[in-house]
Design a protein around this ligand. Structure first.
Ligand SMILES: C[S@@+](CC[C@H](N)C(=O)[O-])C[C@H]1O[C@@H](n2cnc3c(N)ncnc32)[C@H](O)[C@@H]1O
Length: 394
């Protein structure tokens, strides 16, 4: 099937599941209020909050509830463009695969799509939410899919036998959204160093270690694994990638970030990985921050630009602020403070001058950087930001 036909089938499929492509928040929330009662919305918000604690039972309770026939079409319509982005990208790699495992398949919205688009593929979808699997089985039956099985199982505690030449895990391996990951070695660098005990602690507390180990056991030696998780921040991306590499998984192609919209909000999820088991890395892992386009700015040009006097002369809230700050070699630091928490996390705040331009620079070990430059007459504003940050750190 060509790309356009796959896209068309994907749209028909999402419509069959009762999903609507809504692009306005106002429209979506009005529809949500029409479809679901205030009590249902309150309960869902409560369950979603509980799920963030990372407890297995709370997570299952949330996914079980979302599998209700009144709830999932409304809730998952928000993810319409996610299904589009992930579904099309994933299917582009199926090639000649014969046996596919969809780990953490949820309701099977994507798994049933894969089964429809690739009738010669044998698919297994697994998930630990019983209500999600019951719905997935019912929907697969309605669609008359014979090349697909859904199993309710927790991969961390139950074992699945078999060998798969394609394993897909999207938004299922590293759910622990509340986990900030591993901080950098100091506020001056994005480098995480190489501390196996910190890596192991991350993999264990997020459940990643056991999930990945199990999936690797199920992957055929010549198989491929497709993985996409919420790992945009370097603090999560680096240990996630190291967990993949640590199990002998190699990149088949450079990992591109995934972007889609949840109604009006643009979401950036972090890379989409296509992996194989092998000992020869042909594509290197990238542990650098995403440098926003055009930020290796021409600082001088920006400073020369005539601007509203109340506006900063220069402002950069991305990782490249560090590069620009490092280039301010002639700077005079007026005051600075570096705080270190008992767990080693650091934050640095610096107020200084370069010629007659004043700046404020903030950096921490979770890769946040901020550089603001103002002309002398506005320097007092930077002093008050500096004090405000200090109060926040107290
Ligand atoms: C955010 S949903 C993603 C669903 C689907 N993969 C998608 O991309 O739309 C995560 C799913 O992973 C499942 N899951 C998480 N840990 C699991 C485990 N250890 N064993 C089986 N399923 C798991 C959850 O029950 C949930 O349905």
């Amino acid at each position: 099937m060509d790309k356009d036909s796959l896209r068309q089938l994907l749209h028909e499929h999402l419509a069959w599941w009762g999903l609507t492509h809504v692009t306005s928040d106002q429209e979506y929330f009005a529809w949500q209020r029409q479809q679901l009662s205030p009590d249902e919305l309150k309960q869902l918000a409560f369950l979603a909050e509980q799920k963030r604690n990372g407890d297995r039972r709370d997570e299952i309770a949330f996914y079980d509830r979302t599998a209700h026939s009144r709830i999932y079409p409304v809730l998952y319509s928000q993810r319409y463009e996610y299904y589009e982005a992930i579904g099309l990208r994933t299917m582009a790699h199926f090639g000649t695969a014969r046996d596919l495992l969809d780990f953490g398949c949820g309701l099977g919205i994507l798994t049933t799509l894969y089964a429809r688009c690739f009738p010669d593929l044998n698919l297994v979808g697994i998930d630990r939410s019983p209500a999600s699997i019951a719905l997935a089985q019912q929907q697969a039956k309605k669609l008359g899919l014979r090349n697909l099985r859904f199993l309710c199982m927790d991969v961390e505690t139950e074992s699945l036998s078999g060998s798969f030449d394609m394993i897909v895990a999207t938004h299922a391996l590293l759910q622990a959204e509340q986990d900030p990951g591993i901080p950098s070695e100091s506020w001056r660098t994005f480098d995480r160093g190489d501390d196996p005990s910190r890596q192991m602690a991350f993999e264990q507390r997020t459940g990643l270690a056991v999930r990945l180990d199990r999936l690797c056991q199920l992957l055929h030696p010549q198989g491929r694994m497709i993985v996409s998780e919420k790992t945009r921040q370097l603090a999560r991306r680096v240990p996630f990638q190291r967990a993949l590499a640590g199990r002998g998984l190699q990149l088949v192609q450079p990992a591109d970030p995934i972007r889609y919209r949840i109604i009006e909000e643009v979401v950036e999820d972090g890379p989409f990985y296509v992996l194989s088991k092998g000992d020869q890395a042909s594509v290197a892992w990238d542990e650098l921050p995403e440098l926003d386009d055009g930020t290796l700015v021409n600082l001088n040009a920006m400073l020369e630009k005539c601007r509203d006097a109340n506006e900063p002369l220069y402002e950069n809230h991305g990782p490249s602020a560090q590069v620009v700050w490092e280039e301010l070699t002639e700077r005079t630091v007026i005051r600075e403070l570096t705080r270190e928490k008992p767990d080693g996390r650091q934050v640095h705040v610096e107020r200084g001058m370069v010629d007659d331009t004043h700046y404020l620079y903030c950096a921490n070990t979770y890769d946040q950087r901020q550089l603001v430059m103002m002309e002398e007459a506005r320097a007092v504003l930077l002093d008050s930001y500096y004090q405000e940050i200090l109060r926040g750190l107290a």
